[in-house]
Write a protein that binds this ligand. Sequence first.
Ligand SMILES: Nc1ncnc2c1ncn2[C@@H]1O[C@H](COP(=O)(O)OP(=O)(O)OP(=O)(O)O)[C@@H](O)[C@H]1O
Length: 223
Amino acid sequence: MIEFRQVTKRYDSDHTALRQVNFSLARGELAFLTGHSGAGKSTLLKLIMVMERPSAGEVIVGGQMLNKLPKRQIPYIRRHIGVVFQNHQLLFDRTVFDNVAMPLEVMGVPARDIGRRVRASLDKVGLLNKEKMSPLQLSGGEQQRVGIARAVVNKPPVLLADEPTGNLDPELSADIMHLFGQFSQVGVTVLIASHDIALINDMQRRTLTLDHGQLIAGGGHGG
Ligand SMILES: Nc1ncnc2c1ncn2[C@@H]1O[C@H](COP(=O)(O)OP(=O)(O)OP(=O)(O)O)[C@@H](O)[C@H]1O
């Protein structure tokens, strides 16, 4: 579902953020992405989201080679990728329902389908009874789950998360991880960038480790 072939990313001539990175993630696989600050984790996620382009090598998502993708097709690719951020990026002047509905509205989904799909998504994260609330009335863990409901509302085959448990205590973090595990079980490919070594060790999943832009562990399939 996601494949990197000899991917190098240079932001400028003397700064290489990723060096010849190779790995592939299968459909329904869940993996962590870890490494020190500045190791290249966000850069790797941005290449998958086509927010950045590689300097060399190939990035392939869902069978599409992203390198040569014309600009006008980028929004189409992004619809297939759900993204969860540490700080949720929720709109606090809208209800929980409206926050989750946003990607569907952008895509022009008919109103009658929006209600059904938003509620299905809120149900998956256990927040069906909070749809009318403002995110401000929710706890940090609940806000993060709203962010996850929004990321999966259009059923993307790929889910990326950048430090999704950064502000949460270990118990809430474990809940969030459990949710990601459920998505992978129904075929979503999930890649989670995290510094949280204790959590990663608990999960016992494949872990891609970056060190100064090089993939030093987890690149071999399943290893
Ligand atoms: N837009 C940019 N322009 C120039 N250099 C950049 C840019 N984005 C990232 N870098 C550099 O590339 C390297 C990798 O950064 P990246 O943000 O991918 O690391 P990271 O592993 O996500 O770090 P953190 O955990 O601190 O978020 C860093 O040295 C960073 O300074």
